[in-house]
Design a protein around this ligand. Structure first.
Ligand code: NAD
Length: 355
């Protein structure tokens, strides 16, 4: 793979290839942009098909974190790490500590956290070798699992989207199709159920879907049938690239918004959603709740402050929907413009200070 000219590279400040023979660690750390502050982003562990797939994933994810932090108004940059390996069979304390040492060598330019394939307990292990960890267990001074806060941010975001789209005062009576009933998807179902929404759900693990049927009176469908569910809202809370040439045509909803990162398979799928009259809540804006929460650990967790920040996701989305309409562009384009404007202002202020 050519790196500098690859579309995913996108002017990263730094990419680190990490290897530790003793523990078998092979990992990548990507720091996209530190204009607004140190790069914060999760550490994923996944059995990538090859190194190229791992590199592309870390680059795409870390760039997204820059925009997520900027749109959420955080004093943080964007970064991400991936460990190449199967979390079920290859994760050991030695490997996690070796990853911690790699993070420590970056001296605070990158702050790591939980992601797919890693748990808060893993970061207690990594913490033995680095100070630059957030999302730690409560007993270690952290705020624990960020997923309920991510779900709350998605809930506020969907409420804002329903207000913008239909003038709805709440999500009561709305029908939401939730894809993925993991940490975030499950909490989101709970919030939606409590708010009086009805649910259609899908998960590749049939037992999770069955539990949602029993707990939330949801209707379960097969994973491939969730896109065409007769719902008002589609909430992707599983994997990335789920909005693509095949699926966007199947959607019957008016709003798409959920926790998954990198939902658009390609940028033009955002335009396809717009042309079909579907309001898309850009992923990096609506799923920032967890980042807002773990970021707060650096200055001492303040529940009210975090609550206000997470509620702000709804207000930010309303601004984005409005400016997208005024400019006649897709919502993900307006969201990127908002994030880039904040980065541009910070760069200008830094240049003025240095002059
Ligand atoms: P998770 O691994 O706990 O849950 C994912 C769920 O999706 C699992 O139950 C899995 O079985 C299911 N799934 C996988 N493929 C599926 C498919 N094709 N159809 C239906 N279900 C499928 O992950 P999570 O922590 O809940 O995160 C969900 C998504 O949100 C991920 O993409 C993650 O990167 C993103 N995200 C999470 C957070 C957070 O705070 N956890 C924050 C921001 C973004």
């Amino acid at each position: 793979m050519t790196v500098f000219s690859d579309e995913a590279f996108c002017d990263h400040e730094q990419v680190v290839f990490v290897s530790d023979e003793a523990s078998g660690l092979k990992a990548l750390i990507a720091i996209h942009d530190t204009t607004l502050g140190p790069a914060l982003g999760g550490c994923r562990m996944y059995p990538y098909a090859d190194e190229e797939a791992a590199l592309r994933d870390v680059l795409r994810l870390s760039r997204g974190m820059t925009y997520k932090a900027a749109a959420a108004g955080l004093e943080l940059g964007g970064g991400k790490a991936v460990i190449i390996g199967d979390p079920r069979s290859q994760k050991t304390p030695a490997l996690l500590q070796a990853m911690g040492r790699a993070v420590e060598r970056l001296a605070g330019r990158y702050i790591t956290a939980e992601d797919v394939g890693t748990t808060v307990a893993d970061f207690a292990e990594m913490r033995k070798a680095t100070h630059h960890v957030v999302g730690l267990p409560v007993e270690l001074g952290g705020t624990g699992d960020p997923s309920p806060t991510t779900a709350l941010g998605v809930f506020h975001g969907l409420s804002a989207a329903a207000r913008h789209c239909w003038g709805a005062a709440s999500l009561a009576g709305q029908h939401v199709a939730v894809q993925g009933l993991g940490n975030v998807g499950w909490h989101l179902c709970q919030l939606l159920h409590e708010a009086g929404a009805s649910l259609t759900v899908a998960d590749v693990h049939a037992s999770r879907a069955a539990k949602a049927v029993a707990t939330f009176a949801a209707r379960a469908v097969a994973p491939e049938a969730i896109y065409a569910a007769d719902a008002d809202i589609f909430a992707p809370c599983a994997m990335g690239a789920v909005l693509n040439d095949v699926t966007v045509k199947q959607l019957r909803c008016g709003i798409v918004g959920g926790a998954a990162n990198n939902q658009l398979a390609r940028e033009d799928h955002g335009e396809l959603l717009r042309s079909r009259g579907i309001l898309y809540a850009p992923d990096f804006v609506i799923n920032a709740g967890g980042m807002i929460r773990v970021a707060s650990e650096r200055d001492g967790y303040d529940q009210d402050l975090v609550g206000r920040g997470v509620e702000g996701i709804g207000r930010t989305l309303l601004t984005i929907f409005q400016s997208a309409e005024e400019a006649g562009v897709a919502t993900h384009v307006a969201a990127l413009q908002l994030a880039q404007a904040r980065l541009g202002q910070a760069r200008a202020a830094q240049a003025a200070l240095a002059a």
